[in-house]
Each structure stands twice: as C-alpha cells, then as structure tokens.
Design a protein around this ligand. Structure first.
Ligand SMILES: Nc1nc2c(ncn2[C@@H]2O[C@H](COP(=O)(O)OP(=O)(O)OP(=O)(O)O)[C@@H](O)[C@H]2O)c(=O)[nH]1
Ligand SMILES: [Mg+2]
Length: 451
C-alpha cells in the first residue's frame, strides 16, 4: 500500500505522452521537470521516450508496439511480447527516444530501467495494466509528487496533510493481495474480502487523520490570530525558486534551502533581521508545481493561510529558468484557488547571479516593477530588507504621545514595540513621536488614559 520506491528500484525511464492539448515546449519542459522530481526522489533517470497520442486515456496508455519496445528496455519481465512489431494504433507516432540530454551519463546500458514514470496522470486500471505489461513498477506524475511530499513532510501538520493526500491517492489503487496474509484475514468482517478490509482500514485511517488535522489547525489559527497585529510578509512561488534561501537571508535564520523540489512543506515564520520596531514577520511557504495534485492543493490550504494573512506578498521566481513565466502563472492560479486576495505584492526575479547583464537588462525592461535579486548577494538582501521595512513603515501611522515623567516604564515599552522617530524632553513630560500600527497605538493611548 505504501507507494514507496524500493531502494533497488532506482533507474527510471520517463515517458511523455504528447496530445493535441499538451505538446511542443510545454511537454519538453514538463518532462525536464519530471526528471528533476524523479531525481529528488533519489532515482537515476536513464532515458526518456515521447509519443504522440490522441489522449492519455487508452487502456494501456501506449500502443502495444511501443509497450513492447519499452518492455525491452525494462528487461522483458512483463506480459507484453517483444516480438510485437506492428503497432496497434496507427495514429500514434514516435516523437523521440533519445536518452535525456541533461542526464549525466555514466555509461549505464539503456536497457536497465527498473522504474517507469509517466509524465501524466494514470487511472488505477491504466497503472495496473502497464505494470502487468512491463513487469516493473510504474508511477504517474501525481504518485511521484505525493511520494516527495511524504518524504519531505517534517511538521505534524504537513505530515497529516500529506498522509491524507497519499491515502486518497492510494485507496482506489489498492489491489487484492495474492498472498494469504493471516493477520489481515483475521480482522475481516463477515463476507468481506481482503481488498474490502484494506479499503475499510484506509477509510477509518482517513477519518482519524482528518479529525487530528482539524485540532492541529485550530491551534495554528490561534497562533496566527496572536500575530495578526504585526506586519506580515509571505514568500510565495514555484518550487526551487529560492524562497527559503531569501527567507534565511532576510531573517538571519537557519531555514533550510535545498536544491531539491519541495524542500519546504510547511510554513515557517521568522522575524525580519536586523530586527525592526515593531517586528515584521516573514513566512516561507510551500512551493508550487504544474499539475499539483488537487488533493495536495486542498490539503495545503491551511499552510497557505499565512499568505492569506500577509500584508505583502513576495512572488519569487527563478529568473534563470527559461520557463519562469509559465511557473508564475501556476503560482497565480494556485493562490487564486486557495483564495489569497491580492494584497500588496512584489515580483522578485531571483538567481540574478546566473544571468548575463544583457539578460538582466531585458528582464528589467519586461518587468519594470520587479526587484532583481540574488539570495547570494548581501547587497541585494539588504535592498530587499529595506524595501520590506519601507512598505511596513508606509502602512504605519505617525503620532505624538505625551508621556509624563511619572509614567514609569512606558517609555521603555514604547521603544521596544514601536518605531520612535523623535523624543523631546519638556518640563514634566517627554513628547515622543512614534510610528506604529493603528491597533498598537489605540492600545497605548488607552493605557495612558488609565495611568
Ligand atoms: N545561484 C543561485 N542559487 C540560488 C539562489 N537562491 C536560491 N538558490 C539555490 O536554489 C536552490 C533552491 O533554493 P530554495 O531556497 O530551497 O528554494 P525554495 O523556493 O524554498 O524551494 P521549495 O522549498 O522546494 O519550494 C538551492 O540550491 C539554493 O541554494 C540565488 O539567488 N542564486
Ligand atoms: Mg523552500
């Protein structure tokens, strides 16, 4: 039931099905992304195959001729005969069967793939049919993404959310076990098959996980309410854009930044550093990807609640990635889907250190409002820090407060929680000019009245 790749199964052959709706650059970029996903999972990509089809809905996904070719590459372990020469579908046409260009070659024989990964979603029966034909483990794109999420989830919320998505994915793919597992048989109800029993177990597990998730989310909501008065900035964007690296740079924290897809699966909140008065909070969020499984989008609603509450959204893109415009569309699409209203936003063209000065210039002309950064350049990091402080300051109100010398301690509290722009020492009081948010100012004034 666990959709986990066995340690020995690590040579992957990737298959792209080009359809009238999904072809050309889009299909090529998607396949390159699948290669990165599969590599993140620890597999080695040994080759790719592409084929034109009218749709991805065929019983065996590919025609028998193509399946036979692939069976040869996976060691002829399945049912399909390699002797089949005539293709069963005249509409299909071979597009490409070269080993993947970006894959570092270590002279592995091509015919050694022990995992086949499709760059599309397969129905449970398609997955089963292709596995039977090829005799090796077959994954679809969603299966790979869910597996990565499962492995990267660290916090309780992320683990619960991913497990719910995984079980929802796995449930329809459960099969009748061929071996008579005594323990499982014992738990069966009258007339219940092992498959039915397993499905019932998954349903019970899902219900339990959902209950747990609700209680964890209530706790998170409480914490967010406590922070509601502070100015919050959220870093959002496609996976691997550099959100965690920028977060680490502007908060001086040790948030992980890794050259892996979906390194961050939960929201981390830190204060902007050097510390500001009042504090500004920055949150790092889960990265997005094209064709993010719907269950995962749904399960990450709460994770993205931070983006929902943010006063400033920083849309981070990897400007060195040729497909960043399409990635940005995906980010906008997901944020719209989870209902993030448009608060103030800034586009960050990150990884500028990987661009030539001509490329930088062209991008700045294309996106005049954007900020060009490299998380690795301290000057850029401080420019971003200043920008955030500036936006937070603009949202603040300036007020003059009279603090009598008799009001002990208040001045210390003001200095610790507000930005003090002026202090005038008069005969019996201090006149302090502060910049802060409306809620904190109202609270301070109320306190002053009660003194
Ligand atoms: N050259 C260069 N590499 C960068 C820059 N920013 C981040 N990286 C690298 O890009 C990779 C991904 O960075 P992360 O910060 O983990 O990206 P992320 O957006 O948090 O990714 P997810 O957590 O998967 O959504 C890491 O290897 C970083 O070291 C940059 O400005 N320049
Ligand atoms: Mg990250």
């Amino acid at each position: 039931m666990q959709l986990t790749a066995k340690a020995s199964l690590n040579h992957a052959l990737l298959i792209s099905i080009c359809t009238p709706d999904f072809k050309g650059d889009e299909a090529t970029e998607s396949l390159a992304e699948l290669a990165r996903l599969v590599t993140t999972l620890g597999f080695k990509v040994v080759g790719t195959q592409s084929q034109k089809q009218s749709s991805t809905k065929k019983v065996n996904v590919l025609g028998l001729g193509k399946l036979a070719e692939i069976a040869h590459l996976t060691g002829n372990k399945g049912e399909v005969s390699v002797e089949v020469e005539e293709d069963d579908d005249l509409s299909e046409e071979l597009v490409d069967e070269t080993p993947f260009a970006d894959i570092p070659s270590d002279n592995l024989p091509f015919a050694c793939a022990d995992v086949v990964v499709f760059d599309c979603d397969l129905s449970p029966s398609q997955l089963r049919n292709v596995e039977n034909q090829l005799g090796v483990e077959v994954f679809d794109r969603t299966g790979i993404i869910i597996e990565i999420f499962s492995r990267h989830a660290r916090t309780k919320t992320a683990k619960l959310q991913v497990e719910i998505a995984r079980l929802n994915y796995v449930a329809p793919r459960l099969r009748e076990s061929s071996c008579g597992d005594k323990e499982r048989q014992m738990g069966k109800g009258a007339g219940e098959t092992t498959l039915e029993l397993n499905r019932r177990k998954v349903r019970d597990q899902l219900a339990e996980l959902k209950r747990e998730l609700v209680s964890v989310q209530d706790e998170m909501k409480g914490r967010r309410t406590q922070r509601a008065e502070l100015f919050c900035v959220a870093l959002v964007g496609y996976t691997n854009a550099g959100k965690s690296s920028l977060m680490r740079a502007i908060t001086g924290s040790d948030v992980e930044g890794e050259n892996k897809l979906f390194a961050t699966l939960d929201t981390t909140v830190r204060a902007l550093f050097p510390i500001t008065q009042p504090r500004i909070l920055v949150s790092d969020t889960v990265g997005f990807i094209k064709k993010l499984p719907h269950d995962l989008v749904a399960s990450f609603h709460s994770t993205l609640a931070e983006a929902h509450d943010a006063s400033l959204l920083l849309y981070v893109v990897d400007a060195s990635d040729a497909s960043f415009r399409a990635q940005l569309d995906v980010v906008h699409g997901v944020l719209e889907e989870v209902g993030v209203e448009d608060s103030k936003k800034l586009l960050i063209l990150n990884k500028s250190d990987l661009l030539s000065s001509e490329q930088e210039q062209a991008l700045m002309e294309e996106f005049p409002e954007a900020m060009m950064t490299s998380a690795r350049n301290p000057a850029d990091v401080s420019k971003l820090h200043q920008y955030i402080v500036g936006v937070a300051q603009d949202e603040m109100i300036e007020e003059e407060i009279i603090v009598p010398y008799t009001a002990k301690g208040i001045i210390g509290e003001i200095r610790a929680s507000m930005s003090v722009t002026k202090e005038d020492y008069e005969f019996d009081h201090i006149k302090v000019t502060v910049r802060s948010n409306a809620i904190d100012l109202a609270r301070l004034k109320k306190r002053m009245l009660s003194l």
